[in-house]
Design a binder for this molecule. Structure first.
Ligand code: PEP
Ligand code: MG
Length: 306
């Protein structure tokens, strides 16, 4: 099986019947781009920009950011690269942006909320992204983290476009956006599902707490149903839906996600081989059947208490 996975490495992600499912890489620091190439990623599905901000006492300048984004984009000429706006707060606190006195940081100022409260940080990042885009020829997609609903999605998309960005979308990580997915699909160019946070918020279990870690699984049918709502809305409106949370790196779950209508998967580069190999074993019909069973809870075993 491992040999087969390696054999497929140079090939694009696809199901047994030829249905294309682009397999992209999550990149958290510039060095990860090398691993993305090594494991045959077809682009970047999630570039986490926090590394530029963490460990500093103030935000990086527009010039510094432009260089970092352009360096990344140059690594993937002609390929899709999804860059995520700064996701500060909760599990990724930044001293100069995140309040210290929040009793529930995961429910506080984070993601797009932090950016909205610090407009200069937000607009400088958009400026840098637009400048990097103009210097390079990757296919740049830009998304905001922690978008709650279609109002925030529309607000961010309009702002991104005012800076000249062509493809602007929202991460789906909060149940409210799943419940509003049909309307979100009218305003966003794409949605990328962050299953780590979507699971945390659907199950109301802090993703950083060991005591409730058994709730942190996207195999839970409630999480899958939220994902399904987003897929249906996206598929109906012709809006691309990707997954960039840990769920995409689980080969069996990846098949289920595709069966629900997910169009692309992004994961840590080392996971690409096994996911590519598993997708190649199933037709779309089979994937849909597995998805229906998963949505029904057939593959989920509750293990909250031992
Ligand atoms: C997610 O929440 O699933 C995600 C991809 O973002 P992060 O893990 O960086 O919060
Ligand atoms: Mg997240």
């Amino acid at each position: 099986k491992a040999d087969r996975a390696k054999e497929l490495r140079g090939q694009p992600g696809q199901l047994k019947d030829g249905t294309r499912i682009p397999l992209l890489a999550n990149v958290g620091k510039p060095a990860d781009a090398k691993a993305a190439h090594e494991y045959g990623a077809e682009g970047v599905g999630l570039f986490r920009t926090e590394f530029l901000f963490i460990g500093n006492s103030e935000p990086p300048s527009v010039e510094e950011q432009t260089k970092a984004y352009a360096d990344l984009l140059r690594e993937f000429p002609g390929q899709k690269v999804v860059i995520r706006m700064l996701d500060a707060g909760a599990d990724k606190p930044l001293p100069f942006l995140t309040p210290e006195d929040e009793p529930n940081p995961a429910l506080g100022l984070r993601g797009l909320r932090t950016l909205e409260a610090h407009r200069e940080v937000l607009e400088n990042q958009l400026k840098a992204l637009a400048a990097a885009d103009a210097q390079t020829d990757a296919d740049l997609w830009v998304m905001a983290p922690m978008v709650a609903d279609r109002y925030e999605a529309e607000w961010f998309v309009n702002l991104g476009k005012s800076y000249g960005l062509k493809f602007v979308g929202a991460m789906a990580e909060v149940p409210s956006i799943a419940l509003m997915a049909d309307q979100v699909a009218q305003v966003a160019d794409f949605v990328s599902i962050g299953t780590n946070d979507l699971t945390q918020y659907t199950m109301a279990a802090d993703r950083t707490l060991g005591s409730v870690s058994n709730y942190q699984t996207a195999w839970h049918p409630a999480v899958l149903r939220a994902i399904k709502m987003i897929c249906e809305a996206g598929n109906n409106a012709g809006m691309p839906v990707g997954v960039c949370g840990e769920a995409a790196a689980d080969p069996d779950l990846a098949v289920v996600l595709v069966g629900m209508g997910v169009n692309s998967l992004s994961m840590t580069p080392v996971a690409l081989d096994d996911v590519r190999a598993e997708l190649a074993e199933h037709t779309l019909e089979e994937a849909k059947e597995l998805a229906a069973r998963a949505l029904n809870g057939e593959f989920y075993k509750p293990e909250y208490w031992n």
